[in-house]
Ligand binder design. Structure first.
Ligand SMILES: [Zn+2]
Length: 114
C-alpha cells in the first residue's frame, strides 16, 4: 500500500502517505465536512489526489543545529518548509517551489507500513 487511512471517529476520512521529500507523513482529507476535501480515486496502491497538495511549516533542525542547541547556543532561525506536489497513479510530482531536495522531480510513493 502507498497510503494508509488515519483512524479517527469524527466522520472525516483522512489518508496518509510517507512523503519522500519531507521524510514524514502527509495527511489528505478525502471526505468530511468543515475541512478541505481532495478528490481521491479510491486506490490504496496507485492513489491519485486532486488538486495539488501544499504542505507548509517549519523545517526540522539539522543535527548540527540540534548539537549547537544542546551546547546552549540557542535555537536556530526557523526556515520555512514548503512541499507542493501532485499525487497521481501512485507517483508524486514535486513542484519547483518545494524546499526539499526532490523539488522538480517525480518519484514513486514509498510503501507505507500499516
Ligand atoms: Zn512533503
Amino acid at each position: 500500500m502507498k497510503i494508509e487511512e488515519l483512524k479517527r471517529g469524527d466522520g472525516i476520512r483522512t489518508m496518509m502517505f510517507d512523503c519522500p521529500g519531507c521524510g514524514f507523513l502527509h495527511q489528505v482529507h478525502v471526505a468530511g465536512t468543515g475541512v478541505p476535501v481532495w478528490g481521491w480515486n479510491g486506490s490504496m496502491e496507485r492513489p491519485t489526489f486532486t488538486p495539488s497538495l501544499l504542505v507548509t511549516g517549519v523545517q526540522q533542525m539539522t543535527d548540527e543545529e540540534h548539537a549547537a542547541y544542546m551546547r546552549g547556543e540557542g535555537l536556530p532561525t526557523p526556515r520555512p518548509l514548503t512541499c507542493h506536489s501532485f499525487v497521481t497513479d501512485g507517483r508524486i510530482q514535486f513542484l519547483g517551489d518545494c524546499t526539499h531536495a526532490l523539488a522538480g522531480q517525480t518519484v514513486n510513493l514509498p510503501e507505507i507500513e500499516a
